[in-house]
Ligand binder design. Sequence first.
Ligand SMILES: [Cu+2]
Length: 587
Amino acid sequence: MRHSLFLLMCLLLARGGTANTATANTATAASVSAAAAARSAELCPRPAIGAPLPEPMELRSHHGLLEADLSIFGYRRENGEARYCYRTPDGHEAPTLRVHPGDRVVLRLSNHLTSMDDGTSSMPMNHSMPMDHDHAHAPGADPCHSGAMTAVSTNLHFHGMTMPPVCHQDEVLKTSIQPTDPPFEYRFTVPPNEPPGLYWYHPHIHGFSSKQVGGGASGALIVEGLERAMPEVAGLPERVLVIRDMNLMNPDAPPSSAEPVVPKPILDPDGDIANNNTGYGTPARDLSVNFVPVPYPDYTPAKITLKPKERQLWRVLNAAAITYVHLTLLYDKQPQDLGVVAIDGVPVNFGAADAPHVKRVDHIVIPPGSRAEFIVEGPPLGTHGLLITRTVNTGPDGENDPNRALASVEADVGAREPQSRLPAQGAPLPRPQLPWVGDVTPVRTRKLFLSERRSDPANPNSPTLFFVTQDGETPKVFDPAAPLPDIVVHQGDVEDWIIENRSLELHDFHIHQLHFQLREFYGYQVNEPFLRDTVSVPFFDNLMTAYPSVRVRMDFRDPNTVGTFVYHCHLLEHEDGGMMGTIRVEP
Ligand SMILES: [Cu+2]
C-alpha cells in the first residue's frame, strides 16, 4: 500500500515536472489574458490549477482594535458550480484575521448571497418549526432574533474561540443575517486568556452550512503569541494553508492510469462517492489549498517554494465541509518530521504538566474543522517535496477520501519569504491559570450516541437522517425550535462524555465555546496531554461486538461558556441533516 502510494506520488511529480512547461507556456499564453479577464468579473475568483500557493491577505489589529468590513458572496456560476467567499472592500478573498488576546474586534458583515433557485436544505423537515425557504425575516427585523434558515441567510461562527454565545459575538442558533439587512456588526473582545494559535470563521446556518462552507465561505483567524508559549517557533517565517473541498471539477473522468486499482465509483447514503477503502478511485470532493484547486484525476499540485532547508511554521486549517485530511510531507518519497506545536488553536504544551513542547510526527490526521500547526524544514536543493493527504478510511457508509497530492514543495535560494514572520522573542506567556482539566475529577459522566437512518426505511433512496442522542433518549433530528436545551450543565463543571458511534461511518464531533481533552479513543486510554475542539469518532461495522467510542473531558469552567450553544458533527452534511444538539451552561 505504502509502496504503491509512493509510486503514485512519484508519477504525479513526473507528470507535473518541468519537461512539459516549454510547450505549455506557448499554448497557455493566449488563454491567460482571457482567463484573467473572466476572473476579474468573478466575485469569488480562484487561482489556476498548479498555481504557486498564494497567501491569504492579512487583517491585523492595531492598538488593540481590529476593525474590518467583510462581505459574503454566493452565486451560481455558468458551469453550475455554487461558489461562496468572504471579501474585503478592496476585493481580497478570505482574509486572515490576526488579533491579540484582549483585542477589540469590530467586523461588519454584509450579506450578498443570491438565490440559486434550489433553496432546498439538507435539513430534514420533520421538526416543529415551520420552515419558510422563500422568505427570510422581514426587512428591518432584528437579525439577533431572526432564526431564519434559508439559502441566503448567513452568520458567523468563530470556531474554537471561548467567546460568549451571545448575539454580535459567537451565537449561531438565532443570529441570521439576510441580504436585505444592513451590514451586521460583530463586536467582541478576544478573551485575554485565549490560547495563541489558529482558529477560523465560517457561516453556521443550520441546513445550509455545508453548501456555504463547501462553496468556499471560510477564513483563518490567528490569535497571536504562539512564540511566547512555544519558543521553538520564535522568528520563523509562517504560512497559512487553508484546505477546502468542493464538488468535483471532473466527476466523470476515469482515475489516473498511475493508480494501481480502479474501484468503480458508487454512491454512499448521502449521495456522495462512497469510501471503497482502497486509497484510490474517485474522491467524494475535490480539494483546494488557499483556493488553488487540486482536482481529480490528475491532482496537479499547487506550488510551494522555500529557501533550501528553511524552517517555517505551517498553520493548516481543514475548512473542508466533509473531507478528512491526513497530511504527510514527502521529500524524495520519504516522510518528513512535522514538529507539531499546536492543535485546534492551543499550544500542545498548554496541557498536562508533562506535555511535550514539540510533538514529532510524520503524518497527521486533520478532521474537518480541525487545525494543526507544525514546524517544517524545507527540502535541500534538488530534492522534490510533495505535501500529500493520505487516504482516510471513513467506514462502509463514509465518503471516499483517497490518497492525493496537495502541493509540491521545492527549494529555491531565491524563494520569496512568506508575508509574515513570528516575532523573534516575547515575554513567556503564563500557562493557563486553571488546573489542567485532565487532573480534575469530573462531576458526572454522560453518554451520547451518534446514529443515522433512512427517512423512509422502505426507500433506499430517501434522505438520511442524522442524530446525536443522549443515552436513554429517542433519536431525533436537531430541532431549532425546541424550547429546551438537550443538555444543561453549570459553569464550573467538568464532565466526561462518552460519545459512541452506532453508524457505519466516521463522525467528527465538535462543540462550540470550549476545548476538551481526549481521554479514550476506540477503547484505548490515550489521556492526551493537550486539548482539542474537534475529534473523530470511529465507525461501527456490523462485525463488531460493541460500538466504538471516544471519551472526552469537557471543560465548562470558563465564564465565557455561560449560555446556550451547540455540539455537532463537523461533517457538515451530517450537521445540516440533524446531527446537532444544544447545551445550556447556567451561571
Ligand atoms: Cu458526522
